[in-house]
Design a protein around this ligand. Structure first.
Ligand code: ADP
Ligand code: MG
Ligand code: ZN
Length: 631
């Protein structure tokens, strides 16, 4: 498959076309004059002159071609003349007073007048302008398409860029880190390479994979790598490209895109920045909503219409997973979701190595140090860091990139938009490490808290770090004891900060909000406080069930103060429990915090190893439903 209608270079195209038209016409006029010229050579004479010559016996031969007479005289000279179309030559000559005898001496030859040359000569003056105008229209319409101005001519046709499998050079080797994501996608690659194996055994393959992650974490890169690994055609389109000037274009683009991909199957459709069309309906801006909605619906319809053996897999990417329409996430659509995290120290080193491949590095370059100094940098940041370094070296007329170039580039990239907020000082990093370690240890020790799946101090969103826990089994109903342990775990970060540094930061503010809300719900909604008893005072939205009283307050002052004291009792008991756990397991806490300072992210195995060494038994992991504890 070739790249269709590649974008860009309309100027060059136009020039080429214009020149070829010009050459074409110069050639035509040349032919016209040479061929036409031959017939023009003989002298043009009048019919009466011809008649006179015939009478005086000077004419040897007359060739009649329609109304044209080619006369050959006795002395071999030639002449042409015209007669009336309606009357025959002999009639005409007789009319001019030529006698029958005179005529007999002349050879008269009548030629078929429908020769190609004849028609060309006659029609050319009419046809050429028409052809010319048509050509101009044709080229204009091509121009319009190329320039992407008025879409009147391309309407609906998908604008997807297609990458030939043989030209797709990016593979998983070019993507550092993101091990989980790669694992998940390897399955997809396996299917595209060998669909029969899966279909024979009746396995249903995911239709849609959604890549979610911060900007620059390598979503687009990873999608390309899947195509490169699978060696199948790759249809690449950005969400915003679906929606353009004309209403209804988006939906028909989707239709075309899917039709094309099915024809080329097995193949991959990659919709980048899908939030442009897949934003939750009814959220966000007004105008243009209809168009987006239609486009989104069409995507859903197409994905629902897939046969399991269609062998087309849709990969979508977004950095706003939170605003996506829930309809997109339903089973049978984008039911595989892959999170791409910001890289940790080891990943950063790997990424730097990848991008250092083509750059000559001086001997003093130590990428480990650069990786250590760039927490919070995304893959794209590291890429531009290497690039800035090379630019600095080149500007100073050096042929190798030195460590100093790279260190200066860190700052340059940091000052870039929105980066500063992600970077912490060594002190902040230490606090965050202890904070997260605190959450994790409390979760691991308390019997009814969920086990820890992953601990990280790599900034994600606005949170400083996060501890991910997995519930042992999927539960619909939660027990009071679980809530209490959950609250204690939430407070683990706060307690640790106080214990280790003797002060608290703004870091745990979200922890406090979440746990206070939970404690209040226990008291007011679920009847989990003995003092209030089994009565629901508030509905799910947190508003009073029985309506505000006369003074506009939801509860009586007495009830309110009981609620307050119960909430604060629950909170302080949970805090005491967290404190107890952390004091008892201070060594484990230190060990986890140190490990976090070093590698930034601890997966479950690494984490379990550390706590086991300090006498805490890791909980068994069974169910895969992630719950993320931020801050
Ligand atoms: P996203 O689509 O998530 O915003 P991109 O895939 O466009 O990010 O990444 C931009 C560039 O950053 C890539 O072209 C690549 O050079 C670099 N990059 C990002 N993540 C990685 C990674 N994990 N490994 C190697 N390079 C990366
Ligand atoms: Mg992208
Ligand atoms: Zn926290």
């Amino acid at each position: 498959m070739k790249k269709k209608k590649g974008p860009g270079k309309p100027g060059i195209n136009f020039l080429q076309h214009f020149l070829s038209i010009l050459v074409f016409f110069v050639l035509l006029s040349f032919l016209y004059t040479t061929f036409g010229g031959e017939q023009n050579k003989p002298e043009e004479v009048s019919v009466s002159w011809v008649a006179q010559q015939v009478r005086s016996g000077e004419v040897e031969k007359i060739i009649v071609q329609g109304d044209k007479l080619s006369v050959t005289l006795a002395d071999e000279t030639e002449a042409v003349a015209k007669k009336e179309r309606e009357s025959s030559l002999s009639e005409t000559l007789v009319n001019y007073g030529v006698s029958q005898d005179d005529l007999e001496n002349v050879v008269i030859e009548v030629k078929n007048e429908s020769g190609f040359g004849y028609w060309l000569m006659n029609l050319a003056p009419i046809l050429f302008p028409i052809i010319f105008i048509l050509l101009i229209f044709w080229f204009l319409s091509r121009q319009v398409k190329g320039a992407g101005g008025m879409q009147a001519f391309t309407f609906g046709q998908s604008k997807a860029r297609i990458t030939d499998p043989s030209k797709q050079k990016i593979t998983f080797k070019d993507v550092a880190g993101n091990r989980e994501a790669k694992q998940e996608l390897e399955e997809v690659v396996d299917f595209l390479r060998n669909p029969k194996k899966f279909l024979d055994i009746g396995a249903e393959i995911p239709k849609g994979v959604l890549l979610m992650g911060d900007p620059g974490t390598g979503k687009t890169l990873l999608a390309r790598a899947v195509a490169g690994e699978a060696k199948v055609p790759f249809f690449h389109l950005s969400g915003s490209e679906f929606v353009e000037m004309f209403v209804g274009v988006g939906a028909s683009r989707v239709r075309d895109l899917f039709a094309m991909a099915k024809k080329a199957s097995p193949s991959i459709i990659f919709i980048d920045e899908i939030d442009a069309v897949g934003r939750s309906r009814g959220v966000g801006t007004g105008g243009g909503n209809d168009e987006r909605e239609q486009t989104l619906n069409q995507i859903l319809v197409e994905m629902d219409g897939f046969d399991p053996n269609e062998k087309v897999i849709v990969i979508a990417a977004t950095n706003r997973g939170d605003v996506l329409d829930p309809a997109l996430l339903r089973p049978g659509r984008f039911d595989r979701r892959v999170m791409l995290d910001l890289p940790d120290r080891r990943d950063r080193e790997e990424i730097l190595n990848i991008h250092a491949r083509k750059k000559p590095l001086a001997e003093d370059v130590n990428l480990v140090v650069i990786a250590e100094r760039t927490p919070g940098f995304s893959g794209a940041d590291l890429y531009s860091l290497m690039n800035e370094g090379a630019i600095l070296a080149a500007r100073e007329e050096r042929t190798q990139v030195s460590q100093f170039d790279l260190i200066r580039s860190i700052e340059k990239v940091m000052i870039g938009p929105e980066r500063k907020s992600h970077l912490f000082s060594p002190e902040e990093k230490r606090i965050t490490a202890y904070h997260e370690a605190g959450h994790a240890i409390v979760a691991s020790v308390l019997p009814d808290a969920d086990p820890v799946h992953k601990v990280s101090i790599v900034a994600r969103g606005r949170a400083g770090g996060y501890t991910m826990k997995l519930p042992l089994e999927e539960k619909k109903l939660q027990k009071r004891a679980e809530f209490l342990d959950d609250i204690a775990m939430s407070l683990g970060g706060y307690v640790t900060e106080k214990m280790i540094f003797g002060d608290v930061t703004t870091g745990p503010s979200n922890d406090l909000q979440v746990s206070s809300r939970l404690a209040r719900s226990m008291v007011t909604k679920w009847g989990m406080s003995d003092l209030i008893g089994p009565i629901a005072l508030e509905g799910n939205d947190g508003r009073a069930l029985f309506g505000p009283g006369v003074d506009g307050r939801p509860h009586s002052e007495r009830t309110e103060s009981i609620i307050d004291s119960e909430v604060s009792r629950i909170m302080s008991e949970a805090m005491a429990r967290a404190q107890m756990v952390l004091t008892e397991h201070r060594k484990a806490l230190d060990a986890v915090a140190e490990a976090l300072l070093d590698v930034e992210t601890l997966e479950q195995d690494a984490y379990d190893t550390i706590i086991r060494a300090h006498g805490i038994h890791p909980k068994k992991r069974e169910k895969k439903e992630d719950a993320v504890k931020k801050d």
